[in-house]
Design a protein around this ligand. Sequence first.
Ligand SMILES: Cc1cc2nc3c(=O)[nH]c(=O)nc-3n(C[C@H](O)[C@H](O)[C@H](O)COP(=O)(O)OP(=O)(O)OC[C@H]3O[C@@H](n4cnc5c(N)ncnc54)[C@H](O)[C@@H]3O)c2cc1C
Length: 316
Amino acid sequence: MLQYYRKLKRNNQKMRNNEMANLMNEFPSIEIKQDEPLMYYTYTHTGGPADWLAFPKNVDEVKQLVDYARTHQVPLTVLGNASNLIVKDGGIEGLVLILTKMDAITVDHNEVTAQAGAAYIKTTEVARDHSLTGLEFAAGIPGSVGGAIFMNAGAYGGETKMVASSATVLFPDGTIKKMSNQELDFGYRHSSIQDSHGIVLDATFTLQAGVHDEIAAKMKELNDRRTAKQPLDLPSCGSVFKRPQGYFAGKLIHDAGLQGYTAGGAQVSKKHAGFIVNIDHGTAADYVAVIHHVQATVKKKYGVALQTEVRIIGRN
Ligand SMILES: Cc1cc2nc3c(=O)[nH]c(=O)nc-3n(C[C@H](O)[C@H](O)[C@H](O)COP(=O)(O)OP(=O)(O)OC[C@H]3O[C@@H](n4cnc5c(N)ncnc54)[C@H](O)[C@@H]3O)c2cc1C
């Protein structure tokens, strides 16, 4: 039996290598890395290898890779800045696209359009430099524009849904559609992209004319608040849990005495109870162990079921 499985594993590896050779031959102009550790890219500094990690530079390349994955039945995963992810230690099977090379930002009157891989923070700075107000809330959110649309990222009373007027989305069947704010169906850390499995290619933010120095001052104030409250000196994925109805996740975790709880190298932050920080070569398994312990303890003490905001993906 063991021999049978070894042979199966060898055959799968052979098939994988052949497919890889095809993929690289087919797209010589796209940077593609094999067995690339994702811990180099994630904000938690954890995560095993992507079988293949591709860096498309434009929409055409994204489309070609998506078509290839569909035709060859290769599992496909899209990453932005990997700031809201725990990639498991076994890595990600198949083809992983990272969109950070698609980062152009343009301004037309009061509309800012950013490609999916543009940093959300950079987008807020471009808006500020054009004296456009509305995006200040996002000044310190370290995700990409695609990730912000996907998650309806928000902070300090602002949410992406308040300013994103449309997004261009590539659907798994290869069609591309401009989705309106309504069609994006934003909710608390939710958008319709999570259900449709589309890939956000770009987004347009409709802003208001404002005063440059006031916008800059607001962004600085919010970033100062972040620095004061959040453990930004250590790897993390931001707030790990969603806000439960009627409670604050951080307060429940603090009141349960969980700050400082550690599994391996992952620790509930002593500075901000909603964060789990990587203090010493923590693995994804360490993160998951801390998450489970926090969920079980808070449930037992307060009867509240904490749901993760961070997305846990990949193979064990
Ligand atoms: C220090 C710190 C502070 C943070 N503060 C905040 C905060 O104040 N508010 C907040 O909301 N979040 C916060 N976050 C979390 C995170 O920055 C946001 O959720 C952000 O929107 C994630 O974007 P990303 O590009 O990093 O997405 P990733 O982490 O790369 O991916 C997250 C999900 O989005 C999907 N995705 C990414 N790009 C695309 C795309 N182009 N098309 C389709 N799907 C895509 C991925 O498949 C994945 O499922 C913080 C994180 C850190 C580390």
